[in-house]
Design a protein around this ligand. Structure first.
Ligand SMILES: Nc1ncnc2c1ncn2[C@@H]1O[C@H](COP(=O)(O)OP(=O)(O)O)[C@@H](O)[C@H]1O
Ligand SMILES: [Mg+2]
Length: 214
């Protein structure tokens, strides 16, 4: 197993549900000498009451304004926690969904830890669906992840490291990330500022953009 020197900055692992974020982020953290896995889902689970429903009547992922604000809260909390660990000398390995360019810019702007290394796990959709269908029932999602995959590709396709783990074991993916994230995954200020065609559905920054325009 690779045991590299301390890795400064923050690794952000994203991708659709079933892509392997949770599995791989744990293995990446295990391979680093001082690292913490920051699970974005945990911050959602901390909401004991008042949690917004993200799924609409058709069973699709479709958060309303309250849901988007709660997704933003999760991201904000994940950034704060990641920075706390980074300040204490641990490499944070964040496991969360970032879908749009504006969401990434939000995270990049919040997070103090540098560099930010973005790894998008992008196994073929059929593989992500199969992984989702065969994992523990409590972590399984029922909605179609294709719209997320499409928007994520459109919005973030030119940023970070898009890693097709479809034919890899989780251990192989983790080894590769530890070995090459510094070279392949770093996202800069200029990267997040570069324009893109535009999201085809709102991200968790939607309310902020409206507020900025008013
Ligand atoms: N190469 C791989 N990378 C990640 N997960 C894999 C891989 N091959 C099979 N799996 C399995 O697929 C599932 C991925 O689930 P998970 O890590 O929870 O995904 P996510 O957090 O992205 O929703 C797990 O059950 C894992 O064991
Ligand atoms: Mg997960």
């Amino acid at each position: 197993m690779i045991r590299p020197e301390h890795l400064p900055g923050c690794i952000l692992l994203t991708g659709t549900p079933g892509a392997g974020k949770t599995t791989v982020s744990q293995l990446v953290a295990e391979r680093l000498p001082r690292a913490a896995r920051v699970d974005g889902d945990v911050f959602g689970m901390m909401l004991v009451s008042g949690r917004a429903n993200m799924i609409d009547e058709q069973g699709s992922w479709n958060p309303g304004p309250d849901g988007l604000a709660q997704l933003r809260l999760r991201a904000t909390a994940a950034c704060s926690t990641a920075d706390d660990f980074a300040d204490a000398g641990f490499t944070p390995v964040v496991d969360t969904v970032v879908e749009t360019r504006a969401e990434l810019a939000y995270v990049h702007g919040r997070l103090r830890a540098r560099p930010l290394m973005l790894v998008v796990l992008c196994p073929p959709l059929a593989v992500a669906r199969h992984r989702n269908a065969t994992r523990a029932v409590e972590t399984r999602v029922d909605y179609d992840v294709a719209p997320l995959a499409r928007n994520q590709e459109r919005e973030l396709g030119d940023l970070g490291w898009w890693l097709d783990s479809g034919e890899q074991t989780p251990e192989q993916t983790a080894d590769l990330i530890v070995a090459e994230a510094v070279r392949r995954a770093v996202v800069t200020d200029a990267d997040v500022a570069r324009p893109r065609p535009g999201a085809d559905r709102p991200g968790f920054t939607a309310g902020l953009e409206e507020a900025a325009v008013e």
